[in-house]
Design a protein around this ligand. Sequence first.
Ligand SMILES: *[C@@H]1O[C@H](CO)[C@@H](O)[C@H](O)[C@H]1NC(C)=O
Ligand SMILES: *[C@@H]1O[C@H](CO)[C@@H](O)[C@H](O)[C@H]1NC(C)=O
Ligand SMILES: *[C@@H]1O[C@H](CO)[C@@H](O)[C@H](O)[C@H]1NC(C)=O
Ligand SMILES: *[C@@H]1O[C@H](CO)[C@@H](O)[C@H](O)[C@H]1NC(C)=O
Ligand SMILES: *[C@@H]1O[C@H](CO)[C@@H](O)[C@H](O)[C@H]1NC(C)=O
Ligand SMILES: *[C@@H]1O[C@H](CO)[C@@H](O)[C@H](O)[C@H]1NC(C)=O
Ligand SMILES: *[C@@H]1O[C@H](CO)[C@@H](O)[C@H](O)[C@H]1NC(C)=O
Ligand SMILES: *[C@@H]1O[C@H](CO)[C@@H](O)[C@H](O)[C@H]1NC(C)=O
Ligand SMILES: *[C@@H]1O[C@H](CO)[C@@H](O)[C@H](O)[C@H]1NC(C)=O
Ligand SMILES: *[C@@H]1O[C@H](CO)[C@@H](O)[C@H](O)[C@H]1NC(C)=O
Length: 848
Amino acid sequence: MTIRAFLLTIAFWSHGFWHFTEALDFSSRINSNDLQKSFSPKAIAVGHDIQWPRLKPSKFVLTVHSPIATIDYGSETAGYPFFEIESVEAQAQIEVKYSEPYDGLQHVWGDGPYTFSTGLSNVARVETFNVTKAGTVKSSLIQGGQRWQSIKLIAGNKVTISRVGFEPTVSVTDPDTLPARFSSDDTVFNAIWKLGQKAATMACLEKGSQKAVWDIDPVKGAFVHSTRSSPNIETSTFEDYTLEFETSIERGGVWWSIAQSVSYGNGIQLLLVGELPEASTFANTNLSLTPPNSILLADAYGFVNQTTLNSYLLDTFTIPFKVHEKEWYTVTMALSGSNQLAVQLNGISIFNVSLSDYYTGGSEVSLSGSFGFGAYQDQAAWVRNAIVHDSANGSLLYVDSLCDQSALARYGTQSNLGTVCLDGAKRDRLVWMGDFYHTSRIIGASTDRFDWSRGTLSFLLDTQASNGQLNFAPAMGYDPTTTIDAFSTDGTYPGLEDYQILGFLGFYNLVKQTNDLKYAAQTWPQWQKQLTWLLSTINATDGLVDVNSAFLGPGTGGSAVSCLAVEALNGAAEIASALRDKSAARTYNESAKKLADAVNTHLWNDEIGVYSLSRSEKSDFSVAGIGLCITSGVANSTRASQVVSSKNLAKLKLGPGYKDDTTVNEADPSISISPNTNGFLLPALFMGNATTAANDLLRSMWGAMLSEDVKAGVGNDTTSTGASWEYLDVNGSPGLSLFTSLSHPWGGAATYVLTEWAAGLRPISGPEGFGYRNWLLALETGLQIGLKKASARVVTEGGELLSVAWELDGTDLTVEIDAPHGTTGKIQIGSGYKIINGGGVQSVRISR
Ligand SMILES: *[C@@H]1O[C@H](CO)[C@@H](O)[C@H](O)[C@H]1NC(C)=O
Ligand SMILES: *[C@@H]1O[C@H](CO)[C@@H](O)[C@H](O)[C@H]1NC(C)=O
Ligand SMILES: *[C@@H]1O[C@H](CO)[C@@H](O)[C@H](O)[C@H]1NC(C)=O
Ligand SMILES: *[C@@H]1O[C@H](CO)[C@@H](O)[C@H](O)[C@H]1NC(C)=O
Ligand SMILES: *[C@@H]1O[C@H](CO)[C@@H](O)[C@H](O)[C@H]1NC(C)=O
Ligand SMILES: *[C@@H]1O[C@H](CO)[C@@H](O)[C@H](O)[C@H]1NC(C)=O
Ligand SMILES: *[C@@H]1O[C@H](CO)[C@@H](O)[C@H](O)[C@H]1NC(C)=O
Ligand SMILES: *[C@@H]1O[C@H](CO)[C@@H](O)[C@H](O)[C@H]1NC(C)=O
Ligand SMILES: *[C@@H]1O[C@H](CO)[C@@H](O)[C@H](O)[C@H]1NC(C)=O
Ligand SMILES: *[C@@H]1O[C@H](CO)[C@@H](O)[C@H](O)[C@H]1NC(C)=O
């Protein structure tokens, strides 16, 4: 549908159509009131089993006959769980489970455990409490993301609970009070827009809001409980070593790891289980998994499997004596070159085995890496006096008493030092740099919390290695400035190199939204160093980008990575010219142009009318590749419309969206559909005028994440969290099973795309558009997807608000604008346009 439009009249409004608050000071939006609020239940059920809650939350009683409360918080929550106990008969124990989807409550470990990284949170999604008196019981460990909770009486006769909830560790500001808005006459779109906003709000954290997960005592050392074994950052290159330490179990046992990677949790995992005396052993202790007086030996992440995160429980060794709680034991563990692992307790040999004798998923167990400490679900222990020797010659390598506060920094268990956006609320809780691309755009469209963006970018910049790269997934519990050597090798970070480019674009997005040239100038030398690395990846032969490894597609000569680099270099040229760095602007501009030419020359498949997956995979193509080659401007309008032809899209269409690329085998039952990669395609569909496909994708992919809307035929209340998801399966249910994160901002691109393409409000391209000083309101696509009205509000340079609203009435379109003074806008529809100069409230009528 095309609409030929011309502009009729302009009328100035004397009174505001909307009621706007003053420009807000966003640095102080989280105030102490927020932190006193808590996440409270929306509904509850009490009975013999997990059941769908229908009652309004109130005081409830758990008894032997009616032992389980199922609690619905309505949408994602995060924080320290608390329980106000009104009364308890004798001694009771309650087992509490947490889950994002409702179904997770049916599983023994909830939707956990999460052993991939130390997210400054509880490793387990099941937590048991000893309830002996009235008062508040509070966990000292965060549960980072859940909608659901169950509370089960597992010992004792009766407990009366007057209130439960989460003391929040994220902003609890009512999203409806945030200045950034979107609204339309389509309720499904309105709900979809909120998904990204919610996910970003749950994944972006204030500095210091996630408390240390270990306690330090000057004599007893480090107190560890229910946290994954956290590796020491100073010993990441150790191999073939003998580790000795002292431990005193408070409850259950103690977990330690050796030859562990500092980036992720994989390594050799050991768990010492004490005698499990009745007085301190919870009724739900799993005696088959953790038998008394034993040592478990595992490889990879932990002791149980969690979906795609495999672990190998290699053996369980019996200790020939009782291991008492609250008594000190010396553990000696020797790793030696011939794959031999020996463990002694108080000098008595418990086992001495060859790791080659075990099946560990087809790959050899790595014998190098750090050591760390933790405790399994509901376990707690003290650990001190770690001493490391070289196993071969006995020389002393390392000593750590663990008796002073500095230990927290070494083991990455200190309170978060920066305001950062994580990949997800419940998992992995790492500052994944690639995920930040979508997050940064969502922040601009829906939260205005640019302090989150600056915090995240600064945290990443603090990790810069000598070759210019940044750590692509730092953990928030380590000090980013002191851990560069542990994570990088020879001045280079291993791993996904396209995340460097996505991280730069996160910076570009911030500058584009805010025109914060002060921050840009401050950090520019570091970004230029990163860009120098990027330019060094361009292949001198054909001019395409070659990186060692990439997430969005092939690293060598891949279209997604090369087009992403074009987008970054163009953005760099814009920032350079805004900073009046003319020579840099020229360099980046020319490099972008050359790279775009190389993609058009070497990766264009004229027969299919598409950009090839890579220089060696000519007839395959990907969602990210075609999306980014359009949004980066590599494709001219002829090619853009060819790329998004229905014939090409049909080759990728699968389930609720599009599969990542044409090589993905549709028969594979574990296939995941990614709202992250589909999020790169979505704006490209609008740009390529595949408006119907864009509309369909919005409804099928992001509609699936909503709670049930029977009339619209979308959503499912058992899986909705109010936030965008990490993955979907082909049926539109969450992908990756229970492991998946149902509050993941990388899956929330629809939020900013709705503002930009359904309402139609975006900054114009180039530095002139920074901070919305020059903006565009393009009405065509919103009308094409059937909207009768839409409005959007964004925060511009300096914090002032820009509001637009339009409504179609028959053949008349009324547009209301409230723009900051000094800005210039262009309302465009078809080939007609109207320039809006200056600020204030203005109304425009357009007739066809
Ligand atoms: C619960 O606390 C009571 C009182 O301190 C104690 O006697 C009991 O052993 C504890 N039970 C467990 C399982 O820790
Ligand atoms: C106990 O652990 C085993 C794995 O060893 C697991 O299969 C089982 O489901 C667990 N049971 C409970 C009740 O946690
Ligand atoms: C985890 O899954 C892998 C692959 O199926 C299997 O080999 C391994 O034994 C499992 N580990 C545990 C702890 O169940
Ligand atoms: C473990 O066994 C190996 C091979 O039998 C032996 O060389 C080594 O000394 C033993 N280690 C300990 C600590 O007993
Ligand atoms: C022991 O071996 C390490 C390398 O494994 C070496 O650096 C160190 O110098 C050796 N020490 C002695 C005393 O031989
Ligand atoms: C550079 O491109 C050529 C083909 O154009 C290819 O043969 C070569 O492997 C590429 N170099 C690298 C480092 O990938
Ligand atoms: C890049 O160069 C083109 C001309 O090739 C020019 O139109 C554009 O404004 C330049 N962009 C920047 C950001 O310097
Ligand atoms: C787009 O580029 C192709 C290849 O250079 C060219 O044939 C076509 O005319 C261009 N289209 C436009 C609109 O410039
Ligand atoms: C999409 O349509 C607009 C106006 O209708 C036109 O300016 C633009 O070139 C078209 N884009 C493509 C890729 O066809
Ligand atoms: C909603 O999701 C649940 C769990 O994934 C599934 O069992 C149920 O069939 C779904 N309901 C609908 C209406 O699709």
